[in-house]
Ligand binder design. Structure first.
Ligand code: SD4
Length: 331
């Protein structure tokens, strides 16, 4: 309880002392740029995310540009993909498990290493926001299944049917063969993992997914697991993952990448080493994709994957760019 109270107070102070005056003065001079200048240590706000989810980084950037925290930028940024029914690997519209149930996983982590996650949660459209509530309003880090759903209702989230007609149609088609397979870069990999630095130089991250299509009921991948699908250490940087979660969990991929940055590697070098570790454990396997992205405290970024086709979106005051990622295996 004490920790929560402190967090509440500190965010209130932040809102009062920082956002309002800075926004006010910036609006007088350069409204379009707002506070998107370097902080006293020369660090500039930035948002990056897995894949070319430019609408998500654009939203996160808007929050950062207006003086918002990296945590708010993450939540609001990834919510764009959770709400996009055409993204069939995140939120509403996500592909169901083999029984036809859409089950969502998400986690979020802030600058003070507070974190929250929901696992295998049904009927709630924005798991990232529930994960944040777990972080801020409970003494726990993870809530799963019915408990997570119940908690969401208690927090005012509405019951939503997450299975769209399109995803239902494809699932019924899949049921004819019931063959579980991952199709690299196509249908199983659109999870959004996002990392952001705000005007104070503070880092936060989030990751949200409907997981692997047609998975076993109850299956949870890497995305809501702190250290696997996401890890942030505000002293060092952050990392997040997309792809076959089982393999990311086996190497605690995102934690590994942050620790490699702690040892002096650049975000790019750390992502490359993370993928190499996974490949070293899979000497006879190449039929799966994993993509990592990372950011360090200076705002340098990196991304690396197993198969060509992965990219990451980045938004800074210079605008938006989609970075194609180099890959361990070549085309
Ligand atoms: C999982 N990592 O559940 C997720 C899947 C994914 O794009 O990344 N999909 O294993």
């Amino acid at each position: 309880m004490k920790r929560r109270k402190f967090l509440k107070n500190s965010s209130a102070v932040t809102a009062g002392l920082i956002s309002v005056p800075i926004l006010a003065s910036c609006q007088e001079t350069k409204p379009e740029k707002s506070i998107s200048t370097a902080n006293s240590e020369g660090i500039k706000p930035i948002a990056i995310c897995t894949w070319d989810f430019h609408n998500a980084t654009a939203k996160a950037w808007k929050v950062l540009k207006d003086g918002g925290s990296s945590l708010d930028a993450i939540e609001q940024g990834v919510m764009i993909e959770e709400a996009d029914v055409n993204n069939q690997t995140v939120g509403k519209g996500g592909r169901p498990d083999r029984d036809g149930n859409v089950t969502l996983d998400a986690c979020i982590m802030d600058k003070d290493s507070n974190c929250g996650a929901v696992l295998c949660m049904q009927n709630i459209a924005h798991p990232i926001s529930v994960a944040r509530k777990v972080m801020e309003d409970t003494p726990h880090v993870m809530l799963a299944g019915k408990g997570a759903e119940q908690f969401a209702y208690e927090k005012g989230f509405e019951k939503t049917n997450l299975l769209t007609e399109q995803s239902k149609k494809e699932w019924l088609e899949w049921k004819k063969t019931s063959k579980y397979e991952t199709i690299i870069n196509i249908e199983n990999h659109d999870t959004i993992g996002m990392l952001a630095i705000d005007k104070d130089g503070d880092i936060a991250g989030g990751c949200t997914t409907s997981g692997m299509s047609y998975k076993f009921a109850g299956r949870v991948g890497d995305s809501p697991i702190i250290g696997a699908g996401l890890f942030v250490d505000n002293e060092i940087g952050g990392a997040t993952a997309t792809g076959v979660g089982e393999e990311v969990v086996r190497t605690v991929g995102s934690f590994l990448i942050v620790e490699l940055m702690r040892q002096g590697k650049s975000p790019q070098e750390a992502c490359e080493e993370g993928v190499k570790r996974i490949m070293a454990k899979n000497k006879d396997r190449e039929d799966f994709q994993i993509g990592f992205i990372a950011i360090n405290k200076n705002g340098e970024t990196g991304g690396y994957c197993i198969h060509p086709g992965f990219s990451y979106s980045m938004f800074t005051e210079e605008g938006q760019i989609n970075h194609p990622s180099d890959s361990y295996l070549k085309a």
